[in-house]
Ligand binder design. Sequence first.
Ligand code: SF4
Length: 313
Amino acid sequence: MNRKQRRRLAKSASSVAAGSGPGPASPAFDAGDALALLSGLVRQVRPAAVTLPEAAPAVPTERAPPVPSLDPQARDENIATTCYYLAMDALRGGRTPETLARAVAAVAAHADRLWAEARREVEAGDKPKIACKAGCGWCCHQTITVAPVEAVAIAAHVRDKFTAEARTALHQRLAAFVEQIGALSAAERARRQVPCSYLVDGACSIYEVRPLRCRGVHSRDVGHCIWRYEYPDAARTDGRSRVGAGPYVVESARIMNAALAGLARACRDLGLLVDSLDIEAATHAALDTPQVEARFLAGAPVFSGLIKGSQTA
Ligand code: SF4
C-alpha cells in the first residue's frame, strides 16, 4: 500500500468512528462492543470537543453546547440502548439490593441529564415556558404505571429513608387505595380525583426515585392541567387532547419512555419481570415483601396477582 492509499484508508476509518461515514445508522453490535457503543452515543448526543484558537473567548462552562438534532427514532433507540447497558453494567456487579438501586438510579440520572440538555431547546425562543414547579401536583391525580424494578427500588427507598411514622401513614394510604380504588378503571379513578399515594402536602414524597413516566410529564399550561383534573371526561373526549400533545412536552416523554424501554430490556435479558404495574398496587406488594430486592432478583413472584399482561417494552 502506498502513502496515498494509507492516507485515504485512515481518513475513511476516522469518519466512520465519528458516525459521519457510510454504513448503517444503528450498527449491529454485541455485548463486547458495549463500551464503544456507549462512547459513540455520547458523541452523538453531545457534540465533540472543538479546539478553539487562542484568541477565542472561553466557552461558558455553565451552558453546554446545543444538542445536535438526530432522527427522533434513532435518538430514542440510542437512549434505550445506553440505558440498557447502564442497567446491565450495574446489575452485572451481582444481584444485590445495591446493584438494583444503582441500575435504576443510573438510568434515571442519564435520562434526567438528557432532558436537562433538551429542555433549553424546548424552551428556546418565544415558545411558552414549562409551567411545572414545586407544589403543583395536578398531574399526580391519575393512574401511574411503573416497571416492577422501579416499584422495588421505590419500596427500598421508603424502607430505608422514610421515618417510621411516614412509613406507617404511607402503608395506610396504599392499603386503602388498593381496597377502594385499585379495581377502578383509569377513567373512574380520574373522575374521583384521587391523588397519587405518594403526593404529600402537594409534593412528591419519593421525588428522588419517582418513576420514569412521572419524570416525562411537563406542561406549558397549568390551566390545562387544572381543566383535565376538574373535567376528566371532557379531557378524554375533547379533540385537543386526542389530536395533539396539548401543552405537554413531547421531548421529555420520549426521553423517559426510551429510558424505560432500555431498563425493561435489561430486566428481560436478566430474566426479571417487565410488566407495567400500577404504582400503588405494586409498591404496596413490594413493601409487604421482606427482603424484596433479593426476592425480586431471584425471580420470586413478588407481584403475582397484579400482572395485566402489558409489557413495559
Ligand atoms: S410518584 Fe410522585 S411524581 Fe409520580 S404521580 Fe406520584 S406524587 Fe406525582
